[in-house]
Design a protein around this ligand. Structure first.
Ligand code: DGP
Length: 122
């Protein structure tokens, strides 16, 4: 997927629209999802322009990958969800129902989360 610089998360990174920021480092920003699915629902995004995990894994330099992964763990710690457990999830492309074409990882927590996937038709 090619990167669309007009996507909503690019606008958040440029400060053109606000977000409820939770954490930030040189390479990543964490903020609350506008439509939370669980008591804690935060998005962690790289500051670089990557459309999805496939793009990020192939093209991000090592320092950006490290900064992003550290931000994931730090954000979970800051949110207080590590003891109870939580889920980190990224949607990719059409089958993954990715809505925003800037790589992001959802952090869900604050309650038992149930099964990871509901099989089709069940
Ligand atoms: P996904 O389907 O994985 O691309 O999820 C995109 C998520 O982004 C979805 O849970 C709602 C959230 N979202 C969309 N627009 C905004 C926004 O303007 N601000 C915030 N904080 N979250 C947004």
């Amino acid at each position: 997927m090619s990167y669309d610089p007009n996507n909503i998360f690019a606008k958040i990174l440029r400060g053109e629209i606000p977000c409820d920021r939770v954490h930030e480092n040189d390479h990543a920003l964490a903020f609350r999802d506008i439509n939370p699915q669980t008591p804690v629902h935060v998005l962690v995004i790289p500051k670089g322009a990557y459309a999805d995990l496939t793009d990020f894994a192939a093209n991000a330099p090592a320092d950006e990958i490290e900064g992003f992964v550290r931000a994931l763990g730090e954000t979970a710690q800051m949110l207080g969800i590590t003891d109870g457990g939580y889920r980190a999830l990224t949607n990719i492309g059409e089958h993954g129902l990715q809505e925003v074409p800037h790589f992001h990882v959802h952090l869900f927590g604050g309650q038992p989360l149930g099964r990871m996937i509901k099989p089709p038709g069940k």
